[in-house]
Design a protein around this ligand. Sequence first.
Ligand code: CTP
Ligand code: MG
Length: 228
Amino acid sequence: MDFAALIVAAGKGVRAGGGMPKQYRDLRGQAVLARTIAAFLDHPFCRAVQVVIGPEDRALYDAATASLHPARLLPPVTGGDTRSASVRRGLAALSTMEPPAVLIHDAARPFLGHAVIDRVLGGIGPGHAAFPALPIVDALWRAEHGQVTAPHPRENLWRAQTPQGFLYRDIVAAHDAAQGPADDDVAIARAAGLAVSVVLGDGNNFKITLPQDFDRAERLLREEMDIR
Ligand code: CTP
Ligand code: MG
C-alpha cells in the first residue's frame, strides 16, 4: 500500500542535551533527521515525506537536509507545543495529497529498516492501525523511594516504537475527536475506537532520548560500516 511518512521533529530534545535539538546533531557526517528521512525515501511504497519542525529550527532543517532533494520530500511545516499538536499540523499539511495510509514516526529514531515498515504496512486496514513494539524481557518491579513494593507481571506487555501506521482518513478522524494530547498516536486511535495490532519492532529502532544514546548510535554506525 502506498503511504506518506509523517516525521515529527518539533521537539527540543531537552533530555538529550547537547546544545541543539537531538534530531539535528551529527552522526558520522549526516544529521539524525537526514537518516530518518532517507529510511522512508528509500522505501518503494513511500509517496511523500512530510516533516514537522520547531518554529525556530528552519535553518537547522535546511542544513540537515541540504543533501536530500527528491521531489517526494515536501516543504516542512511548523509543529506545536505537544507531540500530538505536531502530528495534527503534519496531518493537515497532507490533506491535499490525501495519501491512502500514513506512517507517523519520531525523528529521533534514525535506525528504521524496511522490515519494520513492511510489518506495519501489513497490519493497516479500514478501522485498523498497526505499530511496532518489543516484548518486555526483564522482570518488572514497582518501587517507591528506592524500596521495592510489588512485582508486576511482564506477560503481554510491549514497549511501543514508531512508525505507527493508519489509513489517512482514520487517523485524521481520530485526531479530530481527541480530547487532549496523548503520548502517541496509538492512544489517539484507541480512544477513537480503532483496532490496533502490534507487530514486531527492532531493537536498533530505538529512540535517541538521553545523552548516552548518541554513543549507542555511533557504535551501531561503526558496525554498519564494518559490515560493508
Ligand atoms: N515532538 C514534536 N513536537 C513536540 C514534542 C515532540 O514533534 N512538541 C517530536 C520530537 O521531535 C521527537 C518525537 O516527537 O522526534 C518524540 O519525542 P521525544 O523523544 O520526547 O523528543 P523531545 O520532546 O524533543 O525530547 P525531550 O522530551 O527530551 O525534550
Ligand atoms: Mg518530549
